[in-house]
Design a protein around this ligand. Structure first.
Ligand SMILES: C[S@@+](CC[C@H](N)C(=O)[O-])C[C@H]1O[C@@H](n2cnc3c(N)ncnc32)[C@H](O)[C@@H]1O
Length: 338
């Protein structure tokens, strides 16, 4: 049995895969779309269940992760390739050192990132490249207090060992975690990078929706939290840094699922676009819309709806007290639209 590598990505469903696995195994389908794929954990589960899987996420670094873990059925990085990727490259551009030294990582770590990004260009197999970039993104998340890029400096450094290891060591560890999770289920898979409301393909037996959970009390803006990784995967060639910001973030990537005036119409258009498919949707009890409203939205798209409630303690970063806090005990909903 292959296992999806552990992750600290906000909203990842990795811990819920056993519950989702049970839900999927009771439905009849062969083709599936993981429409808000994030780390790709659910698409990966569907691949393990023998399905033909497409994934989509509006952030490029998530699309690259799905290429590495789902589309890719055999490419791995050898120890020698990891060594070569990690070698200092004197010809590498110094963009990351110049822009980001001291902001999120030390100059030495930024120098390492510049070198690996240059060395990646020598990888001719696109899946090896996707794997290397995914390992690099995972290394960056692991070495960042709270795993996000909404603040600069090391404010939340809690002395964790992860924060002391070099990015080079994290990169090596990430490859060692990713390599064994690569497998083939004999089917073809594809990873897309689009706003789901502009997504053209419709022909799926089942679609899984895990949109950002909307609440007035918390920020669900993924491009703001992970702007550094979004820039990194293309060496900032598809996005521009906003130099007026202290975090040197990229302009917000618009999503209808992240603002109050657009979230309902976004969900309506989303469900309407996939009327012909079985719909499985994850959402949370402390978010908007409520379960009652969500059921109504799905019914308006012609679905009969079943609701499965999972108990789940929301873990926020590394704050142990928050993990134990009863206020964080939310119900994780899975709506099934038949
Ligand atoms: C809750 S997370 C998904 C987590 C994922 N299921 C996992 O296990 O890692 C929501 C994802 O939706 C993506 N997203 C937000 N708005 C989107 C849009 N309009 N179209 C496509 N993807 C979007 C975000 O980048 C984020 O990765």
């Amino acid at each position: 049995m292959h296992e999806f590598p552990e992750t600290r990505y906000m909203g990842s469903k990795r811990k819920m895969l056993p519950a989702l696995s049970k839900i999927f195994s009771e439905l009849k389908f062969t083709t599936a779309l993981d429409a808000f794929s994030g780390t790709g954990s659910v698409g990966y589960l569907l691949k393990m269940q023998g399905k033909s899987v497409h994934t989509n996420d509006y952030l490029k670094f998530n699309c690259v992760a799905a290429q590495a873990l789902i589309e890719n059925s055999s490419a791995q990085l050898s120890e020698q390739e990891v060594e070569e990727l990690s070698e200092f490259n004197a010809d590498a551009d110094t963009f990351i050192q110049r822009e980001f030294s001291g902001l999120y990582y030390s100059t030495a770590d930024c120098k390492f990132l510049d070198s690996v990004m240059a060395n990646c260009e020598f990888l001719t197999d696109p899946y090896k490249k996707a794997l290397a970039l995914t390992a690099l993104c995972r290394a960056c998340i692991k070495k960042r207090p709270r795993g996000i890029f909404t603040y600069t400096g090391m404010r939340y450094d809690d002395g964790r060992k992860d924060l002391k290891l070099s990015l080079r060591a994290h990169f090596k560890n990430a490859v060692a975690q990713l390599n064994p999770s690569i497998f083939s289920n004999g089917k073809r898979h594809l990873a897309f990078n689009s706003d789901i409301l502009k997504f053209r393909h419709r022909d799926y037996d089942l679609v899984y929706f895990d949109p950002p959970y909307f609440s007035l009390n918390s920020d669900n803006e993924y491009s703001r939290r992970y702007h550094f990784l979004e820039g990194l995967v293309s060496y900032w060639s598809h996005v521009k840094i906003d130099h007026d910001t202290k975090t040197k973030k990229i302009p917000r990537v618009k999503s209808d699922f992240t603002t109050r005036p657009t979230v309902i119409s976004g969900l309506e258009r989303l469900f309407d676009g996939f009327r012909e498919s079985l719909i499985v949707l994850s959402y949370s009890s402390n978010c908007f819309p409520t379960a009652k409203e969500m059921k109504a939205l799905l019914r308006n798209a012609g679905k009969s709806v079943e609701l499965v409630e999972l108990d789940y303690v929301y873990s926020v970063g590394t704050h142990a007290h928050k993990k134990a806090n009863a206020n964080n005990r939310v119900k994780e909903y899975v709506f099934i639209g038949l």
